[in-house]
Design a protein around this ligand. Structure first.
Ligand code: BEZ
Length: 218
């Protein structure tokens, strides 16, 4: 099965290191990050799960729940967590799914057989409170994910659902945003009182709403 942008995130029940989870119920009104890793007791995955544990506060601040998945069994996950905590100086503070029957992997197309016929690749799904898939990224096994980039994407997604804005290349929270082309110049001035800087009819910048105390645009 494929799970594409705009699709309803497939629901499932699964055994996790924090008990059985019904995914949609567990998400509640939160945003979610569901991310798969190839196998327990592997070096890159160990650093990734440690990094997510340390960033948990940043996810929580943004009303995001994180859920990891691999096809290894629960008993293995529990033993591995001890290693993650020891080597990454953290406390794993989010559930890890034991997807032994590959139900979750299949629903989210996390096994790419031309790479490995059994292990999950490094997939990332960001899911909105409406349970729709907002982002998918797939990394190869040899490349650890940049979780600050995942947070940056969440900042952009959360901003752009509230405002008629998009975010430019390499944008970071607090930087100028792009007024979407569907907004007329007349409406843009009303919607974005801190100013609209017009470079081209289709390229207009405005300071990020709620981040700008005084108008700064010339
Ligand atoms: C790792 O996490 O280090 C890893 C896992 C599977 C293949 C290659 C690397």
């Amino acid at each position: 099965m494929t799970a594409r942008l705009g699709d309803t995130a497939p629901n499932f029940t699964a055994q996790t290191t924090e008990g059985e989870v019904d995914f949609h119920q567990w998400l509640g009104d939160s945003w979610g990050v569901l991310f798969s890793h190839p196998a327990d007791f592997t070096p890159v995955c160990t650093t990734e799960l440690g990094r997510v544990a340390k960033l948990k506060g940043e996810f929580t601040k943004r009303n995001v729940k994180v859920l990891a998945v691999s096809v290894d069994p629960l008993e293995s996950h529990h033993r591995w967590i001890k290693d993650i905590n020891e080597t990454q100086a953290c406390t794993v503070n989010f559930p890890i799914i034991a997807d032994a029957d590959r139900k979750v992997a299949a629903a989210y197309d996390m096994i790419h057989p031309n790479v490995d016929s059994t292990a999950t690749v490094r997939s990332v799904f960001i899911i909105g409170p409406d349970k729709k898939i907002k982002l998918t990224i797939t990394y190869p096994a040899s490349t650890g994910r940049n979780f600050e980039e995942i947070l940056r994407i969440i900042d952009s997604l959360q901003l752009t659902v509230k405002h008629k804005l998009a975010t430019p290349a390499d944008w970071k929270d607090g930087q100028d945003c792009i007024v979407v082309t569907a907004v007329s110049d007349a409406d843009a001035v009303k919607l974005f009182p801190h100013g609209v800087r017009k470079i081209k009819p289709y390229l207009r910048y405005t300071p990020q709403p709620n981040r700008q105390a005084t108008p700064v645009l010339a």
